[in-house]
Design a protein around this ligand. Structure first.
Ligand SMILES: *Cc1c(COP(=O)(O)O)cnc(C)c1O
Length: 492
């Protein structure tokens, strides 16, 4: 192993550990009011000791944050093939648009007449998403994909309740994203899981056996989280409707079908869309995102309010649907994300949107074909925007796990793909290249994966210790989740 690979980055001090007590990077203006003794005025409410703030100069603070930014990894630093997350490049024009003062310097309490441009943008986005999804009624309120799932399921429940139909179960395939069963539970329904068939689609016999008049809905994403388009989708939604249930599409995988096929035309009654995935708004680290919900006309009156409507005189107003489930987010949702998504759609236009899905699918299939042979393919089919490899061969023959290979990718400057998801694939490696990467970048990634496959055979021990070149090496991931220690504590 080369010295370079063994190098461990030097830990940098925290901001509290640099600078000196007399350093500062702001100067308060000259006092122009009477000087009072705060401690005397506040009495027992006063602090017993000075507040502990960093004392740094402007150059120290600039370098500190510049360093932190440089050890952070994002789409702007390199390839980020995180399956199911659509980590695509976010065009800068979207950032420009959402910072325009007409959008960034308004207040949600302003009267509608004074924010017609903002409401017009929201109305335009509702229309565009309605057209893209084939589901015409749209609420922009939900703040994330999971929030959109919950909103749609609440609307579906309200629809059944309004029909005097208290149903109890929601069907979910075993490929579902973890948020789907969580949403079902939050909505007070129970989950019935159906298995996948050998082509990675829903097993129709199992679905048939699970369906009865107790079922409120099916939750399905198409393409699913294996990156496979379910060829039986129309038969599936027909079967669901035959027992009076509704079909919900988890739309987080919309990037694969944009402009090509519409969930509404597949027979879905409702879907959520992850603007922060498909419509190129930055994501990761907890948001903000946006998970608008699109539904059929039959479900429109149950959408959360308010939605933006266009009056006969052409002006825009806020209105709450007749049997609305109520408000599910403060004000009008994450407005800045909506501006970015609208800008993205308008900048690309209908043709550009279609090219997005074409390129995304082409990139995924290209990477899949180049990796064929070195890794096992979980399902050997033409994929959509992502595909799933299995590291089972590497584990069985060489004792190297998918986690080891993912960690080794960090040494190649690549953010690892999603691993160990979906759960039904052993040692899963889920790769989503997105449409924004060049052929050169895709080839570099494949070359790194092939190099790692060779290392697995030649030097498996070395992989257990990877990564070698990152600021921190292997973390205790369970402790990091269960006992996060994120706050600096001063020495007493
Ligand atoms: C990302 C994702 C979700 C959840 O979206 P969030 O915005 O993270 O809540 C749901 N389903 C699928 C298939 C996803 O990829």
């Amino acid at each position: 192993m080369s010295e370079h690979m063994k190098r461990e980055a030097v830990a940098r001090p925290l901001i509290f550990e640099i600078g000196s007590p007399e350093s500062r990077c702001v100067e308060a203006p000259t006092l122009d009011v009477p000087d009072i003794d705060m401690a005397a005025t506040l009495g027992s409410g006063a602090r017993s000791r000075a507040v502990r703030l960093p004392h740094v100069t402007e150059i120290e603070i600039a370098r500190h944050y510049q360093h932190l930014a440089s050890v952070n990894f994002g789409v702007d630093s390199g390839f980020y093939p995180l399956g199911s997350c659509t980590m695509k490049y976010n065009p800068r024009i979207d950032e420009w648009a959402c910072r325009l003062p007409g959008f960034s310097a308004i207040h949600p309490y302003q009267p509608a007449e004074s924010v017609q441009g903002a409401l017009g943008l929201m109305h335009g986005l509702q229309d565009a998403l309605g057209e893209i999804s084939g589901l015409p009624a749209v609420s922009l309120q939900p703040a994330a994909g999971a929030h959109g799932e919950l909103t749609a399921l609440m609307a579906i429940r309200a629809y059944h309740v309004a029909n005097g139909d208290a149903r109890k179960r929601v069907i979910i395939p075993d490929t579902a994203h973890g948020t789907n069963p969580a949403t079902v539970a939050m909505c007070g329904y129970s989950v019935t899981q159906v298995p996948s068939n050998d082509r990675g689609g829903v097993d129709l016999e199992a679905l048939k056996a699970a369906l009865d008049t107790d079922v409120a809905a099916l939750m399905l994403t198409n393409p699913n989280t294996l990156g496979l388009f379910d060829e039986n989708i129309v038969a599936i939604t027909d079967m669901v409707h035959a027992v009076g249930a509704l079909a919900f599409c988890d739309g987080a995988n919309l990037n694969a079908i944009l402009g090509k096929v519409r969930p509404g035309d597949m027979g879905f009654d409702a879907m959520h869309i992850n603007l922060h995935k498909t419509f190129a708004t930055p994501h990761g680290g907890g948001g903000p995102g946006a998970g608008p919900v699109c539904v059929t006309d039959a479900l429109a009156e149950f959408l959360p309010g308010p939605v933006v409507v266009k009056d006969a005189d052409g002006s825009f107003a806020l209105a709450t649907p007749a049997r609305s489930i109520g408000r599910i987010k403060a004000f009008l949702g994450n407005f800045g994300v909506l501006v970015r998504a609208y800008t993205y759609i308008r900048a690309l236009g209908a043709e550009g949107i279609t090219e997005v899905s074409e390129q995304a699918v082409l990139s995924a299939n290209y990477v899949k074909e180049r990796l064929r042979g070195a890794f096992d393919l979980a399902y050997d089919r033409t994929c959509m925007h992502e595909f799933v490899l299995s590291g089972e061969r590497q584990r069985k023959q060489h004792g190297v796990r998918t986690l080891d290979m993912a960690k080794r990718l960090l040494d190649h400057g690549v953010h690892p793909p999603t691993v160990y998801f979906p759960l039904l694939v052993h040692e899963a490696i889920m790769i989503e290249p997105t449409e924004t990467e060049s052929l050169e970048v895709l080839d570099e990634f494949v070359d790194a994966m092939l190099a790692i496959a060779r290392e697995v055979e030649e030097n498996p021990e070395m992989l257990h210790e990877a990564p070698y070149t990152t600021p921190v090496r292997r973390l205790d991931e369970a402790a990091a989740v269960k006992q996060p220690d994120l706050a600096w504590k001063p020495a007493e």
